[in-house]
Each structure stands twice: as structure tokens, then as C-alpha cells.
Design a protein around this ligand. Sequence first.
Ligand code: ME8
Length: 501
Amino acid sequence: MSDRAYYVTTPIYYINSVPHIGHAYTSIAADVLARYARTRGQAFLLTGTDEHGQKVANAAAEAGVSPQAWTDRMAATWQSLCRRYEISYDDFIRTTEERHQSVCVEVFERLKVSGDIYVGKYEGWYCTYDETFWLESKLVDGRCPECRRDVQWLSEDNWFFALSRYRDRLLEHYRTHPDFVRPQRAYNEMLATLEGGLDDLCISRTNLDWGVPLPGGGVMYVWLDALLNYITAIGWSRDEERFRRYWPADVHLIGKEIARFHTIIWPAVLWALGLPEPKSIFAHGWLTIEGEKISKSRGNVFDPFATADFFGADTVRYFLLREAPFGADFSWSDEKVRQRRNSDLGNDLGNLLRRSLTMLQRYRDGIVPPVAGASFGERFGDLGERTAGRIVELDFRGALAEIWELVSALNRAIDEQKPWRLYEQGAQHELDALLYTLCEGLRWLGHLLAPFIPAKAAEIHQQLGVGDELGRNWNEALRWGDLTAGQQTRGGEPLFPRLLD
Ligand code: ME8
């Protein structure tokens, strides 16, 4: 068996403020991939916080504390968001950590040696909020094209990364790797950007202290510092064996507004270091409210902790992944979350579990009968593979739709075969076959749903009395008929109690 691991990352989030649901969204999607991948072998999920830059320094100053005290406090909040939404990260990197800062300095030194960076004069427009330099031609009414804030004129001697040198190689890579950037829209946009030409990138700042100090003065541009997190955490230049197990990353998950950094600048930096590019980058869409991106700067954020308390983390996870194709924008509304909760999760899934176990209790003392009905095994035999295929394609909505076919088919089997009638008629064999099918179907659902709604998936297995099953190899677990006859089920509380208006 190969010791290669599936490596998936989230962006590292700015901690100038508290997190909102948009941040949770990316991390939840990454978590689904990692949880699934762990059932097939090794996986590594990296998330963390981007702690340098003017925005963070300003936030600390406003709060009247040192940047380090501020970041310590905020990083703890971001970690608890991960716990609240069951993000099973393997490492949480903070860019103020020594392990990261030393990598930044080493990268800088190596790029100096390779001749990929040089000193030049930087004069141009800078948006502090987005930590981005803009060409005059890109400004909109003299303001930042991204956030529409005022930009500042900067004139400094700075270090530049010779990005323009990599344009042809990038174009070639895009041409030969049509899946390098997904979805297609992001690929097309980035290709058009490349075709439009590339400027070299200013990678140092002299008018700011809160960053990674560079030998000779100044600090590293926060975006280069941030991107390097993806190689710091897996041991680049410190532990080559470990690094080779994870790199290149299988997928960087990001929001579409930071695609240029990840799909153009990042591969070029890696090439300059003699490293391969990531296998793919997926730039997903935005969560909106009334058509506006949810963001602190637009003032339409709400507390994701309170949301998890109210709906339950699993309900929110399910909603976010089921509501829209990954890649598209979609809108948040409490009402839509409530509907998904009450219909898909409560009526379809929760009631299926409750009805099945209640009937098993009534007719068979809660014990799984010895007759394995085969028809579902034939019909859904490849469901595990199909669901897995959708997950690795990042089609989470499609994966859940596949899984819900099984949920619906099991509910239909109850409605059509009417176990209470089979019982009255003394049709013992048919009743056994149906009850077995329901239990085995639910055992499958526990496995299939574990990446998406981990706590509730575990609860399904607990109620079935197979609480030690989760974490089994995906293919082995999803063999129809694996549930042992004679298994004592337990039952329990409703999985998704109805939420009232
Ligand atoms: O950009 N809908 O950090 P950031 C969906 N530090 N996703 C959203 C979202 C929304 N409304 N709002 C935020 C940064 N996100 C840099 C990244 S990586 C080397 C450095 C998610 O705190 C989405 O993933 O602004 C987006 O890319 C990320 O949060 C931006 O987080």
C-alpha cells in the first residue's frame, strides 16, 4: 500500500474579526473530503489562521491590545468554531508560529539564490483591506475593485518575485491540465487573466511591522507568507519524508475571490522553489444574503456559534452542502435551513430510523432477523462507489442526492409492504426480510452520511447497536448483508426533532 496521503486544505482565515458562516462553509466542505478519504487510506486536513498584515494590526490597535495578544485570542475562537462544526483537522497552523516564520525566511533566501526575486521600486495603489496591489487600470472609480475601499499610493524599494517569467509555463499547464482549476468558470477566468499578461509581484513591505521579518529589513507580503502555510505544516525543508507523503496537495479549497493567488501566484512560487504545483484548486461560490456576499465588511454576518446552537451543527452542515452545487453562489435563509431540517432530515431520515426500530422492537424484540432480503443489495450495490465518485468530484449535493435515493426507497418499502399487515397476516419470512433490509439500509446510511453529518451518523449506528462500525474501510463496510443477524438494536431519541417556526 502506498504511504501517500490525501491532502486537503482550507484557506487560512484572517483573524481581524470573528468568524462567520462563510468561513465555516469552506471548512465543512474540506472536512467531508478528509473524512471520506480517511475511510480509504491516509488523509490530512489542514486549516488555520492568517495572522499577519495591516488588517490584523489595525484590529488589534482598535481593541487596544498587542497584535500577538489579539491573535492568540482570535485563533482560539477559530479553533472552537472548528470544534463546533466538527471539522476534523489534522493540524491548525497559525502564521505567527515559529515553525512557519522560519519557513518564510528560508523561502526568501532560496528565491534570492535562484534569482527569482530582485529589488525594485514599487509605486502603485495598495488596498489595505484586501492586502492587494492594484494596477491603475484595474481600479474602479479610483477605488479597490474588490471591496470598493480607498486605495493608498505607495512608493518603496521592495523585493519582487519574477512572476511574469512563469506565464508561459502556467499557460501550458492550464492547457494540459483542464482540471487544475475548478469549476470551469474559475478556470476560464484565470486563463483569461494569464492571457492578459502578468506583472511581477511585490513580496515585501517596508511600511509595516506586523509580518514575518525579512533579513535586511521589512516584512514579507502577507499573501506570500499565507500561501506558504500549505508547505510549512507538512514539513517542507524540515522533514522531507513527511513532506513527500503529502505534497503535492490533492486539493486546495478556496472561495472564488482568492483564486488568482492560488492558481497563478502559488504554482509559480512552488516552481521557483523546485516543487510541483498542487494537483487541483477548487474555487467555490459565495454564501449570500439577499444577493450580497456574506462578509464582515458588508455588515450582514451572523454568529455561526448561535446558528449551530439553534439548528444543530449537523443540520447546518447538511444544508450548506445540499442546497446548491458546490461552486455556485447561493443564499442563506433561516427558513430554508428549517425546511431542509424538517423535511429531508426529520421526515425522511429521522422518521425512517424511528419507524424501523420501533417496528423491529414491536415485532422482533429489537433483534435483527436472520433473513437478508437481497433486492436492495442488487439495486444499490454500487451506491457506495457512486457516492464516493461524487465526493471526490466535490459534487456534495449530487452525493447527498444519491444517498437520499436509498432513504426514499427504504421509506417507500415500508409504505408499500406495510409491515403491520405482514405481521397480522403471519407472513414471517417477508416481514423478516423487510426488517433486515431496513436495518441494513440504515447501517449503510450511517457510513454514507458519516462524512457529511458525523455526529448523527454515529447516532444512527448507536441506535442500531453497531456503534463501533464507523471508520471502517468504505468498500468493506458497504457490502450488503454485512449486518449480523441476532444483533440487538437499542433505539433512542429522535434523530432530528422537528423545529417549529
Ligand atoms: O482571504 N461565502 O482570508 P478570509 C463562502 N487570509 N465562503 C466564504 C464567504 C462567503 N460569504 N466568506 C468567506 C483570506 N468565505 C486569506 C486567505 S489562504 C493562503 C489566505 C471563505 O478570512 C472562503 O473560503 O478573507 C474565502 O476564500 C475565505 O473564507 C476567505 O477568508
